[in-house]
Design a protein around this ligand. Structure first.
Ligand code: IVH
Length: 713
C-alpha cells in the first residue's frame, strides 16, 4: 500500500488560499483514486487510517475555505461508480455512508450536536443503539411479497451493481421471508469469517492464484463475480443492520426494527445494545474492542444510531451521511489478541529468533497471525542495555497482547495486559540448545542474540544459508528460489545440503532428473531449464560469491570491498588461511580498507578457518569459475567518495542495482540520512528521509537526476 506521508503535511491553520486550493485538488485526486482502488477494483492502495486522515484533512480545509469546495469534492461522494460488467440498479432509497468519530470527544460532540438540533432537554435521556461496524461491503436485498427479487451493492450510493444471483448463494440471505411488509429492502454487510478467509487463501494459492490481502477484499472479490457459481464456492456471510424502502414501518425504534429483521430469519449482530447516553456508548465500545480479536470476523469500529425512528426522521441527512448515526472507529494500527505460542526460528547465522504465534487479528487492514519477539531480553521486558521496556512486563504464552504494525514492517508486540494473564502461566524459558539440531545455543558477551553453535550441521542454518545463496544479489538462479530450496531440503531423495550440491545436481546422475520431474511444478522442460540456469551461474563474480556465502556481517557492499582488496579468490582464500585475528599483515591489510572493520574481519577469518565450513566452501569453489574483481576507476566519477542515500521507489532500477552501481563508482551507500550524507536520491513516496535531507540542506535528486549525474541517463 502507498504511504501518503500524512504526517508530513502542512497544518491547515497556516495554509494560504492558493495552498488550500492546490491541496484540495490533490486530495480530490488521491481520494478518488483510492476509492476506485477500494470499491471498484477490490484492491486498496491506501490504509484505512491514511484514507480517514486525508478525508478528515479535506473536510478541515473545506471548513476553513468554504468558497474553495470543489464540484468533485471527496466529501460529496460515497464509494465509487459501479464497475462495468454488472447490471445497474438504481436504489429506491440512497445507500449512504457514515460520519466518523475517532475519539471519545468526537462522541460527546455527536450527542451534543443531536441534542442541539432536536432541542432535546439536558435531563431527558436520549437512547441510542451501539453495534459493531462490520468490515465488509454493504448489500441491499429487495423483497416483494416475501420473495427476494433483487440484490445490489452500494456502488456510488445512487446506483449499485446487480448481484442477485450471487447474493442468493449466501447462506445467511433468505430467499423467502414470512410476515414482512409487502415491500422491504433489507440492508447489511457481506463479510467473511477469518477461518473461512484463511482456508480460501490456501485454496487460492494451491490453485496458483494470488491470495487476498484481507477478509474484506476476499468478500468483495467473491460477491462481485460475474459468475455466481464462483461466489457459491466462497463462504460469505451477511449481517442485517438497516433497511431501504419499506411499505410500512418495521417498528418504532432502531432496536425494535433489528429484532423484526431477526424474526424474518436474518442474522443480526449479537453485540447490538441499547445505550442511554454517551458514557454507556463508550463503555460498550470498549467492551466490543476487548472482544475484537476473538469475534472471528473483522470489525473496524462501533456504529451508534439514535434509537427512536421518529427522531431519525427529524434529524435526516447531510449530503452523504445521516445526522442520527456515527461510526466510532478503532485506531487502525493497533489490536489486542491472544498469544498462543512462542516458537523459535533458527536463521542463516544460527540466530534463535522468537516468534509469537497469535490468534489472527486484523491490524491496519492486514490479518496478522505472527509477530516478532526479537530476542530473549525483549521477552523478559528489557532492552539491549538492560533498561525496562513495557515497564518491565514480560511476555508469556497465553498472554493477551497488543499488536502493532509500523508501515509495512513485520508486526510487533506493543504491550501485555497483565489483568488477563492466565493464572497458571509461567515465564517463558528461552532455549539454551538449538531446537533444530540440539547443539548448544550460546549467547556471547555483548550480543543480544543467542546462536546455535551447530554451523552447517544444523539443518535450519543450512537451509537458510541455501536460501540466501540463491537469492537476488547472490547467485540468483532462475527457477531455484526459497520455495524450491525448502522442497529439496525436505526431500532426502533429492539432496541439496550445501551450495556445492546445486552444481553437481545434474551431473550426479540422470536419476535426479527422473526424480525431479515428478515434483510439483517440475516438468521435463522445467528441469532442463533449471539445469541450464544453474550452468549459467557456474561462472560468477568474486564479490557475488562471497556475499552468497552468507558470512555474518558480510553484506553486499562488504563483499565488494573484500573482493576489490584481494582481486582474486585464490589470494583471498590463501590470506584467510594465514590470517590471525587482531594482528599480522592480513589483518592490518583488511582493516586498512575503508568500510571494513574488526567485526567483519573477525567474522571472515573465523568462518574461513572453521574446518567444516571451509571444506564446504572449497567444494563449492571447485565447481565454479570465479571471476577476478575489477578495481573501479573512481578517479573521474562525480560521486567518488561521496555518501549517498536512496529513498522512495526507484523506477528504473532495483535498490540493489542502484547501490551496486553507486559503489562501483566509488560512492558509499548509507541507509539513513545524517549530517555526513552528501546526496539523497529520492523516488516517489519518499517520506521522512526527504524531509530530513531538506532540513539539513542536503542536495536531493530524483532518479533521472541521479542517472544524469552518473552518466547513465
Ligand atoms: S448503518 C445510513 N451499521 O459502514 C447508514 N453501517 O462507513 C447506514 N457498516 O456503508 C449504514 N457495519 O457498509 C451501518 N452496523 C452497521 C455497519 C455499517 C458496517 C458499513 C456500511 C456503510 C459503511 C459506512
Amino acid at each position: 500500500m502507498n504511504s501518503t506521508g500524512v504526517e508530513d503535511l502542512e497544518p491547515v491553520a497556516t495554509l494560504t488560499s492558493e495552498g488550500a486550493a492546490a491541496e484540495l485538488a490533490r486530495l480530490a485526486q488521491i481520494l478518488s483514486q483510492a476509492n476506485e482502488a477500494y470499491h471498484t477494483n477490490d484492491a486498496p492502495d491506501l490504509s484505512d487510517a491514511a484514507y480517514d486522515a486525508l478525508k478528515r484533512r479535506n473536510g478541515e480545509i473545506e471548513a476553513r475555505f468554504p468558497d474553495l469546495v470543489r464540484e468533485d469534492s471527496p466529501s460529496k461522494q460515497v464509494g465509487a461508480k459501479p464497475a462495468d460488467g454488472f447490471g445497474k440498479v438504481k436504489h429506491a432509497v440512497r445507500m449512504l455512508s457514515l460520519g466518523n468519530a475517532f475519539d471519545d470527544d468526537d462522541v460527546v460532540e455527536f450527542e451534543a450536536r443531536i441534542r442541539k438540533y432536536l432541542n432535546w432537554p439536558e435531563g431527558q435521556p436520549l437512547w441510542f443503539t451501539a453495534e459493531p461496524k462490520i468490515d465488509g461491503l454493504s448489500l441491499s436485498l429487495r423483497y416483494v411479497n416475501g420473495d427476494l427479487v433483487q440484490a445490489a451493492t452500494r456502488g456510488d450510493g445512487e446506483t449499485g451493481e446487480d448481484v442477485t444471483p450471487n447474493a442468493r448463494t449466501i447462506e445467511d440471505v433468505p430467499h423467502r421471508i414470512e410476515g414482512a411488509p409487502p415491500i422491504l429492502e433489507v440492508r447489511g454487510e457481506v463479510y467473511m469469517r477469518h477461518e473461512d478467509f484463511e482456508a480460501l487463501n490456501i485454496r487460492q494459492e494451491a490453485a496458483g492464484n494470488k491470495p487476498f490481502a484481507n477478509p474484506r477484499n476476499a468478500a468483495a472479490g467473491s460477491l462481485r463475480q460475474l459468475d455466481a457459481s464462483i461466489t457459491r464456492q466462497r463462504p460469505l456471510r451477511f449481517f442485517a443492520y438497516a433497511w431501504g424502502e419499506v411499505s410500512e414501518p418495521l417498528a418504532d425504534t432502531q432496536y425494535g426494527a433489528i429484532e423484526r429483521l431477526a424474526s424474518f430469519g436474518f442474522s443480526t449482530n449479537p453485540l447490538t445494545r441499547k445505550c442511554e447516553n454517551t458514557s454507556a456508548l463508550i463503555a460498550h465500545y470498549q467492551n466490543i474492542e476487548a472482544q475484537r480479536a476473538t469475534l472471528g470476523y473483522d470489525i473496524d469500529g462501533v456504529v451508534y444510531k439514535v434509537d427512536a425512528l421518529e427522531l431519525q426522521r427529524r434529524l435526516g441527512f447531510r449530503s452523504t451521511t445521516p445526522r442520527w448515526a456515527v461510526a466510532h472507529k478503532f485506531s487502525a494500527e493497533l489490536a489486542w489478541t491472544r498469544l498462543d505460542k512462542i516458537e523459535i526460528q533458527v536463521g542463516r547465522t544460527g540466530a534463535l529468533s522468537p516468534v509469537a504465534r497469535l490468534e489472527p487479528v486484523t491490524v491496519g487492514g492486514v490479518v496478522v497471525s505472527n509477530a516478532t519477539l526479537h530476542n530473549e531480553d525483549y521477552i523478559e521486558g528489557r532492552d539491549s542495555k538492560g533498561a525496562p521496556i513495557r515497564e518491565g512486563r514480560d511476555i508469556r504464552e497465553g498472554d493477551w497482547v497488543q499488536v502493532y504494525r509500523a508501515g509495512d514492517v513485520i508486526p510487533k508486540i506493543a504491550d501485555v495486559d497483565l489483568s488477563k494473564r492466565p493464572p497458571e502461566s509461567a515465564p517463558y524459558a528461552f532455549p539454551t540448545v538449538c531446537p533444530r539440531c540440539g547443539s548448544d545455543a550460546i549467547r556471547e558477551e555483548g550480543d543480544a542474540v543467542r546462536r546455535c553453535s551447530g554451523g552447517i550441521i544444523c539443518p535450519a542454518q543450512s537451509v537458510e544459508k541455501l536460501k540466501h545463496f540463491v537469492a537476488r544479489g547472490a547467485f540468483d538462479i532462475e527457477g531455484l528460489g526459497a520455495k524450491q530450496i525448502e522442497m529439496f531440503s525436505a526431500d532426502d531423495q533429492l539432496p541439496i545440503k550445501e551450495p556445492a550440491d546445486i552444481f553437481t545436481l545434474a551431473a550426479r546422475d540422470a536419476e535426479n532428473l527422473a526424480k525431479l520431474e515428478n515434483r510439483d511444478g517440475f516438468g521435463k522442460q522445467s528441469v532442463k531449464k533449471l539445469f541450464e540456469a544453474i550452468e549459467d551461474k557456474r561462472e560468477i563474480e568474486f564479490n557475488r560469491l562471497l556475499f552468497a556465502l552468507g558470512i555474518r556481517h558480510v553484506g553486499e557492499s562488504g563483499a565488494t570491498l573484500v573482493a576489490q582488496h584481494f582481486g582474486t579468490w585464490d589470494a583471498f582464500a590463501e590470506a584467510m588461511s594465514a590470517a590471525k585475528i587482531g594482528d599480522g599483515p592480513e589483518w592490518d591489510g583488511l582493516l586498512d580498507v575503508d568500510g571494513i572493520g574488526a567485526v567483519m574481519a573477525t567474522s571472515l577469518i573465523t568462518t574461513m578457518q572453521q574446518e567444516a565450513e571451509r571444506a564446504s566452501i572449497d567444494r563449492l569453489v571447485a565447481q565454479l569459475t570465479v571471476l577476478d574483481a575489477v578495481k573501479p576507476d573512481v578517479g573521474s566519477s562525480p560521486v567518488a567518495g561521496k555518501t549517498v542515500v536512496f529513498t522512495g521507489t526507484l523506477e528504473k532500477m532495483t535498490r540493489a542495482e542502484a547501490k551496486a552501481r553507486a559503489e562501483a563508482l566509488g560512492a558509499k551507500v548509507a541507509g539513513s540520512v545524517s549530517a555526513k550524507t552528501d546526496l539523497l536520491v529520492a523516488g516517489p513516496g519518499a517520506g521522512s528521509k526527504a524531509k530530513k535531507a531538506a532540513d539539513l540542506g542536503i542536495e536531493t535528486l530524483d532518479e533521472d537526476g541521479w542517472l544524469a549525474l552518473i552518466g547513465d541517463a
